[in-house]
Each structure stands twice: as structure tokens, then as C-alpha cells.
Design a binder for this molecule. Structure first.
Ligand SMILES: [Zn+2]
Length: 290
């Protein structure tokens, strides 16, 4: 699943490719239409796909930016502003191409679910193999409350104190630290990969309760998460399964991971163990993490 660094990578490539361009037409796959007719709302979440297609015509893409793991497209039509919000889900990917043949990997070509034709003649294509991606067209962020409840960006100066304050709340105090740091209302954008890496680097067992970690260590843990997210952005994100940037390229951070997906600890050589925490598999070293 793309985490903050992977989404940042997508936005950094998408922004210069589409900003200033106008959406002339939007076309969804038959899967999107059929699921909507069955009441399942695949990918297009808050409005009917046909209404979305119509609403997006002649929309100017003013800015593309990231907030946590979401992509925000600031768009405008007839002097009215909207926010087109996208979440990549498990396997969502954007491509900017002249024709669908330019999407080299068959699995992405096969799972195209939205094609935005731009005034430049290019196609802005959303492909999603597992179809957990989401699209919403909003007038304001207040229309989708989870967007307002997200923790500050981890690179903002307020983010560490926000994290410390959340840890003091009764609802988090007795939870495993890994579950807490992966909660987007506590820290923005830290998913399974980077939570696993940060806890290993800090020598903290993923199931340790938040209340059993000192304030000083919590601050160091926060800084470690922030630094790993930054390192991953610099390395183009991690390509674990189906993440691609808009040119269909894979990131390089997966080669720098020390614990996520590892069978053996790179520090002490112990066989790693895994636990399910918060519904996610958590790999750790039983010798190095307490
Ligand atoms: Zn170890």
C-alpha cells in the first residue's frame, strides 16, 4: 500500500504534468458504473460517476498537492473552486500518456478505471488493480470529515507535540505502539512499512503499550519516523507490490529497508518474528526489540 513517501512521489511527478491543464472529458470503466448501480460505489465515492464526469468537464487543474496519503487536486470552473480528492488505496496508480499503449505493464493497462482527457490531448489515467482507490469531488474539505481529522504533516513543527498529546489520551494509552503510530489521527502518513522500520531502529517491540514508553523515547521515535519518511521520499518511495510513479517506474527505498518483510535481523542474525497488530502483520526482532 502506498504510504506518505510514495504518494509524495506521485504528486511531485503529477503536478508539473497536469497543472494548468483543463479536463475536457472523463470516462470511467464499466466496472465503476456497474458497481455504482449495485450500490457498491467502486472508486467514485460521494457522487454518481455520470455526475462526476459531467462536473469535471472544463475543470482547470490549478494545483496538485499531497496531504497525508491523499492527493488533492485544486480545480476550478466558472470561478468556482472544488477539491478533487484521491486516495490510491492499495494499488492505485496515475499515468500521463498520449495513449493507453504507453502504459507498459499489462496489469496496469488491464485495470484502467478512469481516463481524463486533457486539453493538451494527453490522457490522465487512473489504474487500480485491487480497486480500493477513492475519488471524491468536494466543494470544501468539511464535506468529508476524515480529511479534517488527520494529524498534521509529520514535517510540520507542531506534529511531534500533537503526537505526544494524543499518546496521553485514554483511548491510546493502552494500545500497542505500532497501532498508535499507524493511526492517521496521531501521525500522518506512517503505514506498516515505515512503522516497522522506525520501531526496529528504536529497539521498541511493536506490541509495547504507549504508556510504557518514556516521553524522551517517544520524541526520538517520532523523529525516527519523520526521518525515515524523509529518507524514503528522497529515494523515490518503496516498491513492495504494485506501487508505480506516473512513468511506471518503481521506487528504490525497498532496498534500504532493514526489518519490513525480513526473515532474519540484520543486526543480530536472529530469526524475526511476526505478530498481528491492528489487523496488520508486524515483523520484529525478538532480540533487539523490547
Ligand atoms: Zn536483532
Amino acid at each position: 500500500m502506498p504510504e506518505l513517501p510514495e504518494v509524495e512521489g506521485v504528486v511531485r511527478e503529477l503536478a508539473p504534468a497536469v497543472e494548468g491543464k483543463v479536463i475536457k472529458n472523463v470516462e470511467f470503466s464499466s466496472t465503476v458504473y456497474e458497481s455504482c448501480a449495485e450500490g457498491k460505489q467502486c472508486i467514485v465515492k460521494n457522487i454518481e460517476p455520470s455526475y462526476f464526469e459531467e462536473a469535471m468537464q472544463e475543470m482547470l487543474i490549478k494545483k496538485v498537492k499531497r496531504r497525508s496519503k491523499y492527493i488533492y487536486f485544486d480545480v476550478e470552473k466558472n470561478h468556482q473552486s472544488f477539491i478533487f480528492v484521491n486516495h490510491l488505496g492499495m494499488t492505485g496508480a496515475w499515468f500521463v500518456v498520449q495513449s493507453l499503449d504507453e502504459i507498459h505493464e499489462a496489469k496496469f493497462r488491464k485495470h484502467v478505471h478512469a481516463i481524463f482527457t486533457l486539453n493538451s490531448g494527453e490522457l490522465l489515467v487512473f489504474s487500480d488493480i485491487r480497486r480500493f482507490g477513492e475519488m471524491r469531488l468536494l466543494s470544501t474539505l468539511e464535506e468529508h470529515l476524515p480529511l479534517l481529522e488527520m494529524a498534521p504533516e509529520p514535517f510540520e513543527s507542531s506534529a511531534c507535540n500533537f503526537f505526544l498529546a494524543k499518546c496521553e489520551l485514554p483511548k491510546y494509552q493502552n494500545k500497542p505502539v505500532k497501532e498508535v503510530i499507524m493511526d492517521g489521527q496521531v501521525i500522518s502518513g506512517c503505514g506498516n512499512i515505515y512503522a516497522t522500520e522506525a520501531l526496529f531502529k528504536m529497539g521498541i517491540h511493536p506490541a509495547r503499550k504507549v504508556s510504557r514508553i518514556s516521553k524522551e523515547r517517544k520524541i526520538k521515535l517520532f523523529e525516527t519516523i519523520r526521518d525515515i519518511l524523509h529518507e524514503s521520499i528522497e529515494n523515490g518511495g518503496s516498491t513492495i507490490s504494485d506501487y508505480r510513479n506516473i512513468n511506471g517506474e518503481a521506487g528504490g527505498m525497498q532496498h534500504r529497508l532493514k526489518m519490513y518483510g525480513k526473515k532474519q535481523c540484520p543486526t543480530c542474525g536472529s530469526i524475526t518474528k511476526s505478530l498481528t497488530i491492528g489487523g496488520r502483520t508486524s515483523v520484529y526482532c525478538p532480540q533487539c526489540q523490547h
